[in-house]
Design a binder for this molecule. Sequence first.
Ligand code: ADP
Length: 398
Amino acid sequence: MYILVINSGSSSLKYQLLDMETRNPLAKGLVERIGMPGSVLTHLPVGRDKEILAGEIPDHTVAIQLVLASLVQPKYGVIKDLKQIEAVGHRVVHGGEKFAQSALVTGEVMKAIEECIELAPLHNPPNIAGIKACQKLMPGIPQVAVFDTAFHQTMPQYAYVYGLPYEMYEKYKIRKYGFHGTSHKYVSQRASVLLQKPLEELKLISCHLGNGSSITAIRGGKSLETSMGFTPLAGLIMGTRSGDLDPAIVSYVMRKENMNFDQINDFLNKRSGVRGISGVSSDFRDIERAAEQGNSRAQLALDIFTHDVKKYIGAYAAVLDGVDAVIFTAGLGENSAEMRETICERLDYLGIRIDPAKNKVRGEEVDISAGGTRCQVLVIPTNEELMIALDTQELARG
Ligand code: ADP
């Protein structure tokens, strides 16, 4: 049986059809520019040529209709009948405090997801649109919601309540939620396999370093602390997001630059981070290249980023009372040997030392620590789709 995984954004939609026997994708793809001129579907049947389909895609229902048609299309499809799809797993960004686990979508669950819109006004509505489209197009097939926030619901209250009047938490649910939970959960489970130790006995620091980055302290398979907060703007400096700031800066910049709420939001989310500092790009590859060519602001952006990651590793080693393994994942964590090396420099006192030869790795599961160290350093490619599919299969089978 197969599981379809849908990650539905406001104008784009990513999908994967996974064969749960091999745990590998049969096809994956991306719909772009939903509801805009120039909509396009790029469908990739694994091991064969990709198919690009242009046409009008006014909404998520039409997008998913096209995806389903591509999956069964005689030439570039990968299955014969849509009935072979056992269930659909949907990535949902915000589950608030309502979801500490993935959930089979029922009327009640849908209502609860809708209530979380307030917390993620940009993300949850397209996620919901994706679920509704699948319910309409695939009646009777179980739909499962997998939340980015769920894994972090194990954080203790002292880690998630902010230093604001407590009523802010009671009235508006302003607290730390954390994101990338599906990725942190997946890599921590893989770490347990690689280290051949039960998850319950492990203290892990998971560094998801991509365009958006977050770090999580995981003890016994549970998230204890994480760097993102009420929204994914908090924590580390990122591609275009500022990460943590002195909150007084927000009103100061608004006043000085005459910005309204939308403008400051855009400024902090899209024009800041390593892009804002380097003035080069939000893509770390471009920044690394510019730094190599002597661009000092690009070098500064890299230095700030690695310094930030190092600070979190130190802080989370303290939160965990020690650390058995540091995990690097996502675009940058999986691919940039230089970044991993710089981050791990002078961390010997935590038992962290990497082997430069082993570190010459890209997108593979490898222990890159030097022999005899107290703490292992692991590169683990994340696989959020597989994690979503596994949760979906479990819930669909009841
Ligand atoms: P997203 O948060 O969008 O899922 P990814 O996890 O795909 O992001 O990570 C994208 C980031 O990873 C980009 O900034 C990209 O430059 C960086 N990246 C990918 N490959 C490399 C590499 N070989 N060296 C340095 N950075 C890389």
